[in-house]
Design a binder for this molecule. Sequence first.
Ligand SMILES: *[C@@H]1O[C@H](CO)[C@@H](O)[C@H](O)[C@H]1NC(C)=O
Ligand SMILES: *[C@@H]1O[C@H](CO)[C@@H](O)[C@H](O)[C@H]1NC(C)=O
Ligand SMILES: *[C@@H]1O[C@H](CO)[C@@H](O)[C@H](O)[C@H]1NC(C)=O
Ligand SMILES: *[C@@H]1O[C@H](CO)[C@@H](O)[C@H](O)[C@H]1NC(C)=O
Length: 419
Amino acid sequence: MVYGLTVLTLGLAFYIHLAKAELFGTTKRNNNGNTPRYAQVIRPSSFAVLDNVPSPTQHNFTTLFYPPGTDAQSLKAKPFLIYDDSFYDIIGSDPTLTLIADGGTDPLFHEATVWYPPSDEMFFVQNAGAPAAGTGLQKSAIIQKISLSQAANIASNGNGTGFVHVTTVNSSVQVVNPNGATNFRGKIVFTGEGQGDNVPPALYLVDPNEPYKASVILNNYYGRQFNSLNDVAVNPRNKQLYFTDVTYGYLQDFRPAPVLPNQVYKFNVDTGALGVVADGFNLPNGITFSPDGKYAYIADTGANAGFWGFNYTKPATLYRYDVNDDGTLDNRMTFAFIDSGVPDGVHCDNKGNVYAGVGDGIHVWNPSGLLLGKVWLGETSANFQFAGKGRMVICAETKLYYVTLGAEGADITNSNYSG
Ligand SMILES: *[C@@H]1O[C@H](CO)[C@@H](O)[C@H](O)[C@H]1NC(C)=O
Ligand SMILES: *[C@@H]1O[C@H](CO)[C@@H](O)[C@H](O)[C@H]1NC(C)=O
Ligand SMILES: *[C@@H]1O[C@H](CO)[C@@H](O)[C@H](O)[C@H]1NC(C)=O
Ligand SMILES: *[C@@H]1O[C@H](CO)[C@@H](O)[C@H](O)[C@H]1NC(C)=O
């Protein structure tokens, strides 16, 4: 295992700016039922009836919800918000949230959050569509990675100072405007959103080890360019790739007008067979499967149309599908509507609870769609990922967080190593 600077990687150190109050819980939920130091209980009954329900011009899709008696400061001070008591098991006795890197104005910490167990590193990508990054049409977003042991050291450093090296990953074939990614057969498959008229969106397979050999494994639908590939997941049962295609490249001015609907595809890497498994979305986005492979969760971020603005009556919604034995998707069900922004990246823990990156952090539901709790950031997370048991990394655009908690991620790393 090699960490840090190497010939082909560029290490960037970011000094962290830690808000002292929000770190390092030491108390447990004891026999008297006390909550962990960095958690607080929010009862939905406390806001079923509000004294004043703000007008739509004051509170809507663009604003965050503060339950009665809370404000930005009190939520940040105890960021693990328990909406249902089963959230205690998810956060464990001593959850912590630590800022480990700060990109300033550059949204370096966007999506494609992938844990690579052999080196215990977390990969992620810059925001391709953000003006502040200068990416999209002018230049491609980049892939980067961090060492999790270094992140853990920072998180356990009591006085809250430190930095994590953020290492640039230059693959042999450049992944042009990467956005989503997942583990696949010991490597990482990335979705590329494409660039302009002549670089088509594509799926790339990248070796997470230097020199990061990479190849394009799909770049068209029967000769037509995709719109801009967004996210990809492997179904644990049939091991095939499912991915979303959506017009964000167009809505963010770096791709031409679409020539396909926004929809979800299934791709068999071995045979090349490619088909559509779901449509009828506004803007399909994050995709994942339950650990048993029987459900697919797909986010629709229709309420956020990029540079075209917001439309509050469009979806900010997670849908659930049954995955049939033959791999087709069935029985679309409305699983959750998000109270803060849109749901983007979505992942399950090993018990089948569902986590999504949204406008105020991470929301967690049980498989029945009951909101169990939130990891409150007060800012948008487009994606995040477990690193096995008890560890999570959250991308929040210009900020990167390290979380310790009780839950364990669904095994998306080893279950799909075989053919
Ligand atoms: C990675 O690629 C970028 C863009 O081509 C280049 O500026 C940078 O020097 C490369 N970094 C390394 C470590 O090769
Ligand atoms: C939504 O809320 C924001 C913040 O209060 C406000 O600026 C905006 O005008 C509101 N939008 C509508 C359509 O009322
Ligand atoms: C606390 O932070 C300072 C830098 O501000 C550092 O030099 C020192 O080693 C840290 N102490 C501990 C115990 O980590
Ligand atoms: C929002 O979407 C609805 C449904 O498509 C449409 O009727 C409405 O005009 C849109 N509003 C805005 C402000 O774009």
